[in-house]
Design a protein around this ligand. Structure first.
Ligand SMILES: [Fe+2]
Length: 314
């Protein structure tokens, strides 16, 4: 019971100046640091640790790694033993491997995605502080996202070869990292194939999600907003800034989230996401979506298939 929540996502970007402008002006983040390698670190106004997004200069888009914060440093040793006993290799990266961050336990999910766990990151405080705070800061800008909420990772799924990294990741996350399954999509005869899963450690509907596709990749990083009105305003910000919108404001059946999808200048998909949806609990029965209602689960109002939504990713 030691993983607390998502800590950060490291994204590869091809034009750093354009990427920083996007995450600052559109998402509404604050640049907090830049390292000697040219990586840029940002946080949202309602986050208290030093960063939740790392932008890494690269010649291609995509996710470098996703990191989750554990409660205390000793948890990393316990989790290292547990992960290795499961048959997954780990490396303990020394404190300072990332600036302002303690040691990190690095490993790869069965899908191949790099995940890291850490216990310490420099505390800098939220923009409203902790003593008699205002509900929002005067410095709020862009979509004014509160925090990095979750990532969705695409995992190889090929029933013909028996490859199902959605199911493999889900099993690992539940058995080893003690996430719990909240929602799933099942396909194929008798719904025998778990084609997507939503998992949580907090009490929101998901802290991570896995969706099956032809290859592993990064689908999106999502940032939390307060309300449906904030989702509308975020779309206004995107229209005003000529940000490429992928899916205009709508609601998911899965998680009940109110959402917009859009792209950063390198083509990494982002989401702004509002609404708790429901209170996720370890004993809440798992919600299952069947193959015939897959698109209703994704886009609740129309239920229409939008193939680019699941086929385009970095
Ligand atoms: Fe999402």
């Amino acid at each position: 019971m030691s993983v607390m929540r998502i800590g950060h996502v490291a994204l590869k970007v091809m034009d750093m100046a354009a990427a920083v402008k996007h995450y600052e002006k559109v998402v509404g983040m604050i640049k907090t640091m830049e390292d000697k390698h040219g990586n840029v670190y940002l946080k949202c106004w309602d986050e208290w640790d030093k960063y939740s997004v790392i932008l890494q200069p690269s010649d291609q888009a995509g996710m470098d790694h996703v990191a989750y914060k554990v409660r205390q440093d000793a948890d990393l040793d316990a989790l290292q033993s547990k992960i290795q006993a499961y048959g997954i290799k780990t490396v303990m990266l020394a404190e300072g491997s990332l600036p302002s961050t303690g040691r990190m336990l690095q490993f790869h999910l069965p899908s191949g995605h790099e995940m890291r766990l850490y216990a310490m990151k420099e505390y800098v405080g939220t923009e409203v502080g902790t003593t008699n705070p205002d509900p929002w800061p005067d410095s709020i800008h862009g979509a004014g996202a509160h925090w990095l909420d979750h990532v969705l990772l695409m995992c190889e799924l090929n029933p013909e070869t028996g490859t199902n990294h959605v199911a493999d990741n889900t099993k690992f996350m539940c058995e080893v990292l003690e996430f719990y399954l909240v929602e799933q999509v099942v396909v194929g005869p008798n719904g025998a194939i778990q084609a997507a899963s939503w998992l949580t450690r907090t009490n929101t509907p998901h802290d991570i999600a896995f969706v099956g596709g032809p290859r592993a990749g990064f689908h999106h990083a999502s940032f939390f907003l307060d309300s449906w009105h904030d989702v509308l305003k975020a779309a206004d910000v995107m229209a005003k800034s000529k940000t490429k919108i992928d899916v205009a404001p709508t609601r998911h059946g899965i998680t009940r989230g109110e959402t917009i999808y859009f792209f950063d200048p390198s083509g990494n998909r982002n989401e702004t996401f509002a609404g708790l949806g429901y209170l996720a609990q370890p004993d809440r029965p798992v919600t299952t979506w069947t193959e015939d209602k897959l698109w209703t689960g994704i886009f609740y109002h129309t239920g229409d298939a939008v193939p680019s939504f699941t086929e385009v990713y970095t």
